[in-house]
Unconditional design. Structure first.
Length: 294
């Protein structure tokens, strides 16, 4: 297994690397540290001294050497510098090395919350053909070196087979328990009678139970799995009722609005990012084949 880490010499880049190391140790994977540099950024009226792109690439290589020095010796690491548009470059690099996942930092400078998605990460979460793991702010300070538990967030609709399959495969490879969670936002539109809060709640909870039972039926009998349903007036309130520990990870599915075999971060997952402080892995809604790689 190979993981492409989108690296920058910033706090967000350090968070991405820390999550990449944690995932690599958990899964027995190798890391590909990648810096994507913007092409043609020299002001036309200014004549560059020497080969500007080569100077830029040399600086990037120095940053990558410094970053890879912090990777434990038992984890294989390669370094790559690429000139391209940032999100596109990471997707192309992941295709080139046949990576299984892209890892990025979710810290974009916000004052609150564990995540603040910059334009590059946001673009990845709406276009990547393979899962994307997003690191919350500050994970670089955590002493935890491997994933402790995987939470799989089942949505309101049936058809989350690939998400569940991916979560089970991850948990089995990592040797961690799996927690199935259904988040129920008690929107009156979910009920048959607008304003009848109890009817709304019962219908939403019954649907969540059905989704969970269908998911558990697909699991091996001896698989270490727990399940729970949490509700709230909003998705954020429901997420806030979940308990989390350092080392936890949550997996969510791509929205069905996305193009086939491409990610599209749905509104529920986006709301969850506002209040979560654990890594999130977004899984495409369709299985990727090699013919789909760019």
């Amino acid at each position: 297994m190979r993981l492409v880490v989108g690296y920058l010499a910033t706090a967000g880049g350090a968070d991405a690397l820390a999550l990449g190391v944690r995932l690599a140790r958990t899964l027995g994977a190798e890391l590909d540290l990648c810096m994507v540099l913007p092409p043609d950024r020299v002001v036309p009226s200014i004549k560059p001294v020497g080969n500007f792109e080569e100077h830029l690439a040399e600086q990037a290589r120095e940053w990558l050497v410094e970053a890879s020095a912090s990777v434990p010796d038992d984890i294989g690491v390669r370094r790559h510098v690429r000139f391209d548009e940032a999100a596109v470059g990471l997707i192309h690099e992941a295709a080139r090395v046949q990576a299984d996942m892209i890892v990025v930092g979710g810290h974009g400078g916000a004052l609150t919350g564990g995540f603040s998605l910059g334009s590059v990460v946001n673009e990845l979460l709406h276009s990547s053909p393979i899962p994307v793991a997003v690191a919350p702010r500050g994970i670089r300070e955590s002493p935890v070196d491997r994933v402790a538990e995987v939470t799989c967030a089942l949505g309101e609709r049936d058809g989350a087979d690939l998400l569940l399959e991916t979560a089970v495969r991850f948990s089995r490879a990592a040797g961690t328990p799996l927690r199935l969670v259904s988040l129920v936002a008690l929107d009156p539109a979910f009920g048959t009678l607008r304003g009848d809060s109890e009817a709304v709640r019962q219908r939403a909870l019954a649907h969540a139970r059905h989704v969970q039972e269908s998911a558990k039926a697909e699991l091996p009998p001896d698989f270490p799995v727990t399940s729970m349903i949490v509700d709230g007036e909003t998705v954020e309130e429901a997420v806030g009722k979940l308990s989390w520990q350092d080392g936890d990870l949550i997996m969510v599915g791509s929205s069905r609005l996305g193009a086939p075999r491409r990610l599209f971060l749905g509104s529920t997952a986006a709301k969850m990012l506002r209040v979560l402080n654990v890594p999130m892995v977004v899984v495409p809604r369709d299985q990727l084949g090699r013919e789909d790689l760019p």
